[in-house]
Design a protein around this ligand. Structure first.
Ligand code: NAP
Length: 487
C-alpha cells in the first residue's frame, strides 16, 4: 500500500537553502511542512565534500545566515567541518530536526489540480500545495569516461566522494582537474605524497586569500559587540560587489590587477619556467570562477609535484597516459572533475500542468523567472535555481532574498495557486541572456556555468540588484487563483 502524507509545503534538500527556508517559515508561523533529505544528515554539499583541505572560498562572516551570525569562526575562511557543524547547530537551535525525513530520495514531482505529489524512492508520496526545490547546483559528481578508467587497480574516487579509508601519505597520486576543489586538496596532498601529478586541462586565475585564524580577542569582540560583525560582513560584501563583480563585467583595470597578482604568485613559487608558463590562463579573467588560494602555487612549485598538461589518452591498470606519450604511475587517482550542473533537477522527474515535463521545457538549457518560478509549474519554487549562482559573492546572501520572495508569494497565494506568466518569464529570460552575453562568463565556450551556448547557472547583475528585485515581487507578473480547484 502506498504511504501518502499531506503537507502544505514539501522542501527537498537540507543544505543551506532548505534549512534557511524552513527556519524562515517557522518564524512566519508556518509549520505545516516537511523537509525530504536523501542522505542521513543535514548540510548538503558541506556534508559530501570532505576532501583534505575542504574549506570555503567565501569568507565565513558572509558565507553564513545574516539571521544566525557565528562569532566563533576559527578562520576567516572556515574549514568544512566547522561549516557542517554550523549547519547542524542551526538545525538543532531552530528545532528543525523534527521536520526532516532523512533517507528520502525524491524521484518524482507530479502536479495536478493545484497539488503536488512528491514521490520518494522508498515509495512514500507527500501530497502538498507547494513544492520547494532546495537541491542546489553542485551535487552530481562528474567523472569523465576516460578509456580504461574502470580497470585501474589502485584507488580512485571523485573529490566529493572522498574515500577516507585510503591513506595517501607516501603514495603516487594523480589529481585530474584544477578547479576550486582541486585547488584546495592539491596543497594538502602535496605535503605528504611521494609523487603528485596534477592533470590540468586549462589553468585558472588565482588570487591569494590571505587566510588567518581569528584571535580569541576578535571572537570575543564578535560575540560581545555583534554590530561590529555586521559592519565587517558589510565590508566583505562590498569587496565582492565593488572589486570582483566589475571584473566579471569586464573592468580593465581591476582585471589586469587580478592578472598581475596571479602572475606574481606564480613567479614567487614556481621557479621552473616551463611549469610556470603553463599556469597562466589564456581566457578572460572571471570567465571561470576566480579561485582563492594562498597555497596552490606553492604546492605546484614543489619538487614532488608534476604539472601534466597533455590530454589524457587512457587510464592503465596502475597509470595515467597522455596523448604525448607520457605515462605516470599511480596508487591513487582523484577525479576533481567537477559536477553535472545541467540539467537542473536532473534526478527528479518533474511534471507540471497537463503532465508537461520540466526536462522538455529546459531542453535548450534551464531558465526560471528570477531563478525561482517557471511557467507551467504552478506552486513550485526553486532555491539556488537557474541563473542564480554568483562568481563574486556569497550565495547565502542571495538565498536569503529567495526566502523572502517565496514567503511573499506564499502570502499572496494563500490556499490558491500561483504561476509566473509565460510572457513575463520569456521577457525576463531574453533580457537575462542579453546581459549575460556581455559578461566574462560568455567569453569562453564551455564551463559549468553554461549549457550549450547559454549561461544557465549565473545571475546577470550585482547581488544588490538581485536582492532588490526578489524582495519586492511584482504581483501582476503572476497568475494567482485564490482558492484551490481540488483540495
Ligand atoms: P570545476 O570547477 O568544474 O573543475 C573541474 C576541473 O576538472 C576543471 O579543471 C576541468 O577542466 C577539469 N576537467 C573536467 N573534465 C575533464 C576532462 N575530461 N579531462 C581533464 N580535465 C577535466 O569543479 P570543482 O573544482 O569541483 O568546483 C565546482 C564549483 O564548486 C566551483 O566553481 C565552486 O563554485 C564550488 N566549490 C566551492 C568551494 C568553496 O570553497 N565554497 C570549494 C570547491 C568547489 P576545464 O577547466 O578545462 O574544464
Amino acid at each position: 500500500m502506498v504511504d501518502c502524507k499531506k503537507k502544505r509545503i514539501v522542501i527537498v534538500g537540507s543544505g543551506f537553502a532548505g534549512l534557511g527556508m524552513a527556519s524562515r517559515l517557522l518564524e512566519k508561523g508556518i509549520d505545516d511542512f516537511v523537509i525530504l533529505e536523501k542522505s542521513e544528515g543535514v548540510g548538503g554539499t558541506w556534508r559530501y565534500n570532505t576532501y583534505p583541505g575542504a574549506e570555503c572560498d567565501i569568507a565565513s562572516m558572509l558565507y553564513s545566515f545574516s539571521f544566525a551570525p557565528n562569532p566563533a569562526w576559527d578562520f576567516k575562511w572556515a574549514k568544512q567541518p566547522q561549516i557542517l557543524n554550523y549547519l547542524e547547530k542551526f538545525t538543532n537551535d531552530r528545532d528543525l530536526y523534527s521536520y526532516i525525513k532523512f533517507g528520502e530520495k525524491v524521484t518524482d514531482a507530479l502536479y495536478s489540480n493545484g497539488r503536488w505529489d512528491i514521490k520518494t524512492k522508498n515509495g512514500t508520496i507527500y501530497n502538498c500545495q507547494f513544492f520547494v526545490s532546495a537541491i542546489g547546483q553542485l551535487h552530481h559528481p562528474s567523472v569523465p569516461n576516460f578509456k580504461g578508467k574502470d580497470r585501474f587497480l589502485g584507488n580512485s574516487f571523485h573529490s566529493a566522494e572522498w574515500d577516507h579509508s585510503v591513506k595517501y601519505e607516501g603514495k603516487k597520486i594523480g589529481v585530474i582537474g584544477v578547479g576550486a576543489s582541486a585547488a584546495q586538496l592539491i596543497p594538502e596532498l602535496a605535503k605528504s605524497a611521494k609523487k603528485l601529478v596534477v592533470y590540468q586541462r586549462s589553468p585558472n586565475w588565482i588570487i591569494n586569500k590571505h587566510d588567518r585564524p581569528y584571535s580569541s580577542f576578535e571572537k570575543w569582540l564578535a560575540k560581545k559587540l555583534p554590530f561590529l560583525s555586521k559592519i565587517y560582513r558589510l565590508s566583505l560584501w562590498c569587496q565582492g560587489e565593488f572589486l570582483i563583480w566589475p571584473v566579471i563585467k569586464g573592468a580593465k583595470l581591476r582585471g589586469s590587477l587580478v592578472r598581475r597578482l596571479n602572475n606574481l604568485e606564480i613567479k614567487k613559487h614556481v621557479k621552473n619556467r616551463d611549469k610556470a608558463s603553463k599556469l597562466i590562463p589564456d581566457y578572460a579573467v572571471g570567465a571561470k570562477r576566480i579561485l582563492l588560494s594562498d597555497k596552490y602555487y606553492k604546492a605546484i612549485g614543489q619538487s614532488n609535484v608534476t604539472l601534466e598538461t597533455s590530454t589524457i589518452s587512457r587510464i592503465g591498470k596502475r597509470s595515467v597516459e597522455t596523448i604525448s606519450g607520457n605515462k605516470h604511475d599511480h596508487d591513487i587517482i582523484v577525479f576533481a572533475t567537477g559536477f553535472h550542473t545541467n540539467p537542473f533537477l536532473k534526478e527528479i522527474n518533474v511534471l507540471g500542468k497537463s503532465g508537461f515535463e520540466l526536462k522538455e521545457s529546459w531542453k535548450d538549457g534551464a531558465f526560471a523567472y528570477l531563478g525561482v518560478t517557471t511557467h507551467k509549474f504552478p506552486n513550485m519554487f526553486m532555491l539556488y535555481g537557474p541563473n542564480t549562482n554568483t562568481g563574486h559573492t556569497s550565495i547565502i546572501y542571495k538565498l536569503e532574498a529567495q526566502f523572502e520572495h517565496i514567503l511573499k508569494l506564499l502570502s499572496i497565494t494563500g490556499d490558491g495557486i500561483i504561476e509566473v506568466k509565460d510572457s513575463v518569464e520569456k521577457q525576463y529570460n531574453a533580457q537575462a541572456q542579453k546581459k549575460l552575453s556581455r559578461l566574462a562568463w560568455s567569453k569562453i565556450d564551455a564551463s559549468w556555468y553554461k549549457d550549450g551556448g547559454r549561461v544557465t547557472n549565473n545571475w546577470y547583475g550585482s547581488s544588490y540588484e538581485y536582492n532588490k528585485r526578489l524582495r519586492a515581487p511584482i504581483v501582476k507578473n503572476f497568475m494567482v487563483t485564490t482558492s484551490q480547484i481540488i483540495q
